[in-house]
Write a protein that binds this ligand. Structure first.
Ligand code: NAD
Length: 254
């Protein structure tokens, strides 16, 4: 029995990488998926992949930093299928640079996509998740919420915010039966992350070596954790930041 049968999910940044893997995994488990991404071509491609696999999906080529885009898309999805059960917040703009060089427009863009958009998604969830049945919000945070990485200050600040907001929303939305959790992946060689790391295999080799389970995470590893958090198996789990990192974060070796 598929674990998310007939549920309706909205996934941001679902055109590629981890968001796409989540959209495909939710659909594989029987959910109808709203695929939201700023890139119309990849948005359509994720929808096609779901449809080729006999699933149901709708494309929302939107900018998730815009409140009206998020509210309108989720309203359309919920009204067509009569419910909203899962919201997964994945969209991100990656950029690393020294603090001395960070420009106002970079901060504004990165934060509005990576953090502010979670408020719009939360408002949409409140509007469309059934008060009795409730629902689930799954955020995507990162170990950089806790660890310092040179040149990643804006990204760290965003992910610190995402982890904190996960806990704050879990408390505020608990009485509405909306569970709020986050996945916290270690390094996943997605298109966005590879661009950020200039496709440098040496970077990934070091990360592999520092991962007790001996490999990098795949987007599917993270999507599996998201399916678990979305499913009824996690029905009493809220406010959790679930590390999906093969033990990388606790590695204390050389
Ligand atoms: N890849 C990793 O190593 C890693 C590790 C930890 C956490 N994460 C988190 O996982 C999530 C997904 O990362 P990824 O590696 O798959 O990234 P990615 O760059 O491969 O994919 C991000 C997607 O977000 C979309 N997007 C960007 N701006 C948008 C906007 N304004 N509106 C709608 N969509 C927008 C992009 O078009 C892209 O499809 C992010 O939240 C990231 O912080 C990634």
């Amino acid at each position: 029995m598929p674990r998310l049968k007939n549920q309706v999910a909205f996934v941001t940044g679902a055109g590629r990488g981890i968001g796409q893997a989540m959209a495909l995994a939710f659909a594989e488990e029987g959910a109808i998926v709203g695929v939201a991404d700023i890139d119309p071509a990849t948005t359509r491609s994720t929808v096609s992949q779901i449809e080729q696999n006999a699933g149901t999906a709708r494309a929302f080529p939107i900018d998730v930093s815009k409140r009206e885009d998020v509210l309108r898309s989720v309203a359309e999805l919920a009204s067509e299928f009569g419910r909203l059960d899962i919201v997964a917040n994945n969209a991100i703009v990656f950029r690393n640079e020294p603090v001395s060089e960070v420009r106002p427009e970079t901060i504004e863009r990165m934060i509005s996509v990576g953090l502010t958009s979670l408020f719009w998604a939360a408002q949409a969830a409140l509007l469309h998740m059934d008060p009795e049945r409730g629902g689930v919000i799954i955020n995507n945070t990162s170990p950089v919420a806790e660890l310092g990485i040179p040149r990643a200050s804006v990204y760290s600040a965003i992910k610190g915010g995402v982890s904190s907001l996960t806990r704050a929303l879990a408390v505020e939305f608990g009485p509405r039966r909306i569970r709020v959790n986050a996945v916290c992946p270690s390094s996943v060689p997605t298109p966005g992350a590879r661009e950020l790391n200039k496709n440098d295999e040496a970077v990934y080799e070091v990360r592999r070596r520092r991962t007790p389970l001996g490999r990098l995470a795949s987007a599917e590893d993270i999507a599996s954790a998201a399916v678990f958090l979305a499913s009824s198996e996690a029905s009493f789990i809220t406010s959790v930041v679930l590390r999906v990192d093969g033990g990388a974060v606790v590695y204390g070796g050389a």
